[in-house]
Design a protein around this ligand. Structure first.
Ligand code: NAD
Length: 421
């Protein structure tokens, strides 16, 4: 598992950016003032402090969060992040993004997010298990298959989801598979969940290229953040004929203008990609500024700022990560005519396949991988088209168009339920 470091001001900036983008969409939709007020805040914010006995026998108190932004369209849905500098503002911003994302792809969920400030790569597996079980108990007040359904995010994975479903089910006295998605297959996870967000990014890249009349065959692709999302996006784009010229992790990256061998990269077991033998090493800053056809920022928020946006040479940017572009950078990229597909559309494949997993669990009826992928493709294509149509009709960026689609659907549900939804 990887971890990363974000300052609290970065979380604050992210929240500010998500709210500013909401305001833009709300203005265009002429959203009622009362609805704006409700949608600008989070419905429920739980902070928990809990002790864990570490392997050396000492106790440490950790702080965790679970935030539900809006539940008007269905249960809360959103990942759990384990990283050193998880902040309340960052979690709130990501919960809001989840509300708009679920609505953009029109699945029956609200938005939620969780996290624990911890360094998963410095903890043993047994410490992580104790941390996860105790956190699950603390947040079990607000999660559940009909209430709020966590999933993996940065620093968490299927193993962590397995501990969550077990800790929650122990309290209930029976197995409750629908409480969490991204579980191992043996625990009634779904085929095709691993890498779904990244595969969705690749599908969106293909739709974007189709619309722009460009060829994916031989297109130069750069991926920042070679984790769960970045690896799947790179593998899938390589299958479509894309040439993966650079990838990175938190410590730096590797570059080959003739293309990197993605299978070898996936097997690279060292701590860092810098020492990958099949390419030249480079920094994350250099990687983001490489000339390429598609840039996929798949690491964390706030990576493309007003400082580096003027130097980016990508033609298309597909946001694999949540919030990788600051609002100031977004304007610069827009002015420069770089086609940006926003997070709430681009990486929605993860929540879409999470929805499929939850559907299968609640119906105890299981799908083959082709069925998962076919349905994912159909939802991603439809959502891309809906957002693109609004973007063209209103002459606005894909981001504002995606927010308009998402905010409009949530506002319609809130209006139908009444302001107390
Ligand atoms: P991960 O922990 O599996 O991978 C993150 C990768 O980014 C790692 O390679 C890490 O070393 C690298 N990284 C971290 N900080 C970095 C930095 N400052 N510069 C460069 N690289 C850095 O996480 P993930 O699940 O792949 O999530 C990545 C992003 O995608 C996050 O923004 C997450 O919220 C978003 N996302 C994840 C999912 C999902 O299902 N996992 C779905 C949608 C969106």
């Amino acid at each position: 598992m990887n971890s990363m470091s974000l300052s609290s001001s970065q979380g604050e900036n992210m929240l500010h950016g998500v709210l500013a983008q909401f305001d833009l969409a709300a203005d265009r939709l002429k959203l009622d003032g009362k609805l704006r007020l409700v949608l600008r805040s989070c419905k429920r914010e739980l902070t928990v402090h809990f002790p864990i006995v570490m392997d050396d026998g000492k106790a440490v108190v950790f702080t965790g969060y679970r935030v539900q932004h809006n539940l008007a369209r269905g249960p809360g849905k959103g990942g759990i992040r384990y990283a050193p500098d998880v902040t309340p503002d960052e979690v709130k911003a990501m919960a809001m993004l989840m509300t708009w994302k679920s609505a953009v792809v029109n699945i029956p969920y609200g938005g939620a997010k969780g996290g624990i400030a911890c360094s998963p790569n410095l903890m043993s597996a047994t410490e992580l298990e104790r941390l996860t079980r105790r956190y699950t108990t603390e947040i079990s007040l607000v999660i559940g298959p009909d209430e709020d359904i966590p999933a993996p995010d940065v620093g968490t994975d299927a193993t962590v989801m397995g501990w969550i479903v077990d800790a929650y089910s122990q309290q209930r006295g029976f197995y409750v598979p629908g409480v969490v998605t991204g579980k191992p297959l043996s625990l009634r996870g779904t085929k095709g969940r691993v890498g779904a967000a990244g595969r969705g990014c690749a599908l969106i890249a293909r739709e974007t290229f189709g619309y722009l009349g460009k060829e994916l065959q031989g297109a130069a692709v750069v991926v920042q953040g070679f984790g769960k999302v970045g690896q799947a996006a790179a593998s899938e784009l390589a299958k479509y004929g894309g040439k993966i010229i650079a990838v990175s992790d938190i410590s730096g990256g590797t570059f080959a203008s003739s293309g990197l061998d993605v299978d070898r990269l996936l097997k690279h077991e060292k701590d860092s990609l810098i020492d990958f033998k099949g390419g030249e090493s480079l920094t994350n800053r250099e990687l983001l500024e490489l000339p390429c056809d598609i840039l996929l920022p798949c690491a964390v928020e706030g990576q493309i700022t007003e400082a580096n946006a003027p130097r980016l040479k990508a033609k298309v940017i597909i946001e694999g990560a949540n919030g990788p572009i600051t609002p100031e950078a977004d304007h610069i990229l827009d002015d420069r005519g770089i086609f940006v597909v926003p997070d709430i559309l681009a990486n929605a494949g993860g929540v879409v396949v999470s929805y499929f997993e939850w559907l299968q669990d609640t119906q105890s009826s299981f799908w083959e991988e082709e069925q998962v992928n076919e349905r994912l493709l159909s939802i991603m294509k439809r959502s891309f088209k809906e957002v693109l149509n609004i973007s063209q009709k209103e002459k606005i960026s894909m981001r504002t168009a995606a927010y308009m689609v998402g905010v409009d659907r949530v506002a319609a549900a809130m209006t139908a339920r009444g302001i107390y939804a």
